[in-house]
Write a protein that binds this ligand. Structure first.
Ligand SMILES: Cc1ncc(COP(=O)(O)O)c(C=O)c1O
Length: 366
């Protein structure tokens, strides 16, 4: 039995109730009409089952976002979440060991923990949330089978340097382990030159997880995917998917295909929004140096600043929510069974429109 998913439970209670959602992890969405040049193709679409792997056109559009991936090296899923589930079940067995970065999106540690032994590889604030490659080497065991990472990172906003990313891939290659790379925030780097090559392009045992939800800002489509050069692994994940969603929804796949075919327009629009919003957050934090410690995130649309107030971050977040309708995620949501995660931080979001008005409400509450 998997434990309660703290973040998803918290959101199911508060996400649609809070007046000012300041902790969203998805970038600005857009109306369906904006994705379709020819809206009648949606009205004429037949609502039958579609291929479990994902339709040909969708997989072509996804493969076009990689350098070395063919359409049949892509498997579509219902969101990133289903992909995560299938990958961990397909790759790990009870005798295996996995390594997972910390802090993390809870599924990335709980799914492997429900199968095998898992070690946490901490990203530390005092090291600018960087990944320590020596620590990674020390954690490797003869039965280590998988390393799971997520850059741009949720919740810290860290992006590895190109050099460190290349070194990490080399370590995985030497150890012959799977590299599960959650790339759902890719495309939202502050500096586009900082965008990392995708694991599935670089490494024969790399799995790149991506989705329409985050950087593209289309979570309502529930269309995600895993790209991987290894056909056997794709086959194993497909077998698991047959017990889950079976196939995606046909209208969602059509809309995801059209969104991807618009190339980088949606991504660039959302990336620019994160750049503009970060200026607003920076101004806010400069007004309150006694209350917060701020580290400007390098990518994605969430950050993990420190709250320095005496009452503690849990009580502060609760009070803000109830008194001012401002929603943040307190650090307890990121607690881990694999190691300590700073307990004086909160997650904020900066990928959506309307931030200035929400910040006014936050200022008034402070
Ligand atoms: C790092 C990360 N991976 C995966 C997911 C799951 O994405 P989806 O909602 O599209 O299934 C999330 C959602 O918050 C996430 O932050």
């Amino acid at each position: 039995m998997l434990p309660e998913f703290r973040l998803e439970k918290f959101f199911s209670e508060w996400e649609f109730q809070a007046r000012h959602h300041l902790t969203a992890s998805d970038a600005e969405n857009c109306p369906l009409g904006e994705l379709l040049e020819n809206p009648s193709e949606l009205l004429e679409l037949r609502l039958g089952y579609i291929p479990s792997e994902g339709g040909r056109e969708l997989r072509q559009a996804i493969a076009a976002t990689y350098q070395n991936i063919e359409p049949d090296q892509v498997l579509a899923f219902c969101g990133a979440e289903e992909g995560l589930y299938c990958a961990m079940r397909a790759l790990l067995g009870p005798e295996d060991h996995a390594i997972v970065t910390l802090p993390n999106y809870q599924a990335m540690e709980e799914l492997p923990l429900s199968i095998c032994q898992v070690s946490g590889l901490p990203l530390r604030a005092e090291e600018n949330w960087d990944l320590d490659l020596d620590e990674l080497r020390r954690l490797l065991r003869p039965n280590t089978r998988l390393l799971a990472v997520n850059f741009p990172n949720n919740p810290t906003g860290k992006v590895l340097s190109q050099e460190r990313w290349a070194q990490l891939v080399e370590i995985a290659r030497e150890a012959r382990i799977w590299l599960f790379s959650d790339e759902v925030y890719r495309g939202l780097e502050r500096d586009p030159a900082h965008t990392l090559p995708q694991a599935a392009d670089l490494y024969e045992r790399g799995l790149s997880l991506n989705v329409m939800s985050k950087a593209y800002g289309l979570p309502g489509l529930r269309v995600g995917w895993i790209a991987c050069q290894d056909r056997e692994v794709l086959e194993k994940m497909l077998k698991l998917k047959h017990y889950l969603s079976i196939c995606n929804s046909a209208p969602s796949e059509l809309l995801a295909t059209r969104a991807l075919q618009q190339g980088s327009r949606l991504l660039e629009r959302n990336r620019q929004l994160t750049v503009d919003n970060l200026k607003l957050w920076k101004d806010f934090f400069m007004e309150h140096p006694e209350k917060f410690e701020w580290w400007a995130p390098e990518g994605g649309c969430v950050a993990f600043p420190r709250y320095l107030g005496h009452e503690g971050v849990e009580s502060w977040c609760r009070r803000l929510l109830h008194e001012a309708g401002v929603l943040f995620l307190p650090a307890s949501i990121y607690e881990s069974r694999l190691g300590a995660v700073a307990q004086d931080r909160f997650r904020l979001g900066y990928g959506r429109r309307g931030l200035a008005a929400a910040l006014d409400a936050l200022r008034a509450a402070l």
